[in-house]
Ligand binder design. Sequence first.
Ligand SMILES: *Cc1c(COP(=O)(O)O)cnc(C)c1O
Length: 398
Amino acid sequence: MNGNDAVAQQAGEVLVGNYRPQPITIVRGEGCHLFDAEGRRYLDLMGGIATAALGHCHPKLTAALEAQAHQLWHVSNLYTTRPQVELAQRIVQHCFAERVFFCNSGAEANEAALKLARRWQRDRGEDRFEIIAFEGGFHGRTLFTLSATGTPAYWQGFEPLVPGIYHARYGDVTGVEALLSEHTAAIIVEPVQGEGGVRPAPRGFLSELRRLADENGCLLIFDEVQTGLGRTGPLFAHQSSDVTPDVMTLAKALGGGIPIGAMCTRERFARALVPGTHASTFGGNPLAAACASAVLDELTQGGVLAHAQQMGEYLGKRLAELAARLGTERVSEARGAGLLRALELPGPAATIVDRCRERGVLVIQAGPNVLRLAPPLVITSEQIDEGVETIESVLTAQ
Ligand SMILES: *Cc1c(COP(=O)(O)O)cnc(C)c1O
C-alpha cells in the first residue's frame, strides 16, 4: 500500500464520513505547489478552496505567525489584544466598514450578519425578521446560514429550518420585489456565486438590490467569504461596482489558510450588538489576526492585488480561448471574474477533476457540471499556461 492509501485507510477508520476526499494525502505545500505522501508534486489551481491566497507556506505569513507564536496565542475577548485591533484597522481602512466582529469561519461570519440584521430591526421596534436569499447561493452549514443557502440538497434531513427565509432567482429583481415585505430584515447575496457554479451577478443586479433594500428599509448583506481579498480583482468584489452593502462577511482567504472570519459593517448597525448579544471564544484570536494582517499587507502593499488582477485577466482570456477552441460539445461556457473562474461542462466535472489530478493539476468543482479554478493569487502566467494546457489535454481526451 502506498503512503496515500495508508493514510486514507486510517482516515476511514476514525473520521466521520461527511467528506469524499480525493485519493491523495497532501503532506506539504510551497507556493502554488502541493506534495502528496508519495512525494508527487501538483500544481494547485484550487488554493484550498479560494483560501490560500498567498500560496502555501508564504514566508511573510510564516514569519507573522511565528512572531505571534512567541508573543501570545489566546486569551479570549475578555481582554483587548493588539493583533485583532490592528487587523480591524486594516479592514476599515480599505472598505466602507467602520466596525468589525471576528469569528472563525464563513458560516459564523454570515450567522453574525443575519443575527445583526434581526437584532438591529428589533431594536428599532420593527417586526422584521425575514431574510431574502438566492437560489444557488451558499452561506454556510450552521442552521441559520444553511437555511439561507439556496440549494435544497444541503438542507435535506435537517429540517425544520430557520423560518422566515425566502429564495429568489439570482439576478431576478422582480422576484426579490415580490418577496420583500414589512417583515424583511435583510437581503443576503454573493457578488459572484461561488459554490453555486461561479456565477457573477448580472450587470446592475447589485445596485437594484441596493435600491430595493433602501426603499424597503432592510439591510443589504454581501457574502464575500469567497470573493473577498482580491479573488475577483478588487480587494472586495463589490468594489468593482458602485454599490456598497450595509454588511460584508469575509473568511476563506482572510487568514491565508488560518481559520478566521469577519463580519464588517457600519457603526450605526454595529450598535445593535451590545455586550452580551453575540460572541466567539476564538474570534479575533491573536495568531489568526496576526496572520490575516500579513495577508492584507501583502495584498495592498506587497503588490499581490495588482498581480492578481493581471493574472485574473490572463486566466480569463486563456479559458475563453480554450472554450472557443474546444467548442460547446466539450465546454458549455467559460465564466467568472479575476482568479475565480469556471468552465461549465456538458457532462460531470468529477471525472475531469480526477484526470487533471492524475496529470498533476488540482482543480475542484462548483456543482456537478462546473469545473472551478481558484488558484493562489500569486500564481504566475507560466503556471496558468501549464494548468490550462493540462485541462485542455484532459478535455480533449474525453
Ligand atoms: C465557503 C463559503 C461559506 C462558508 O464558509 P465556512 O468557512 O465553510 O463556514 C459561506 N459563504 C460563501 C460565499 C462561501 O464560499
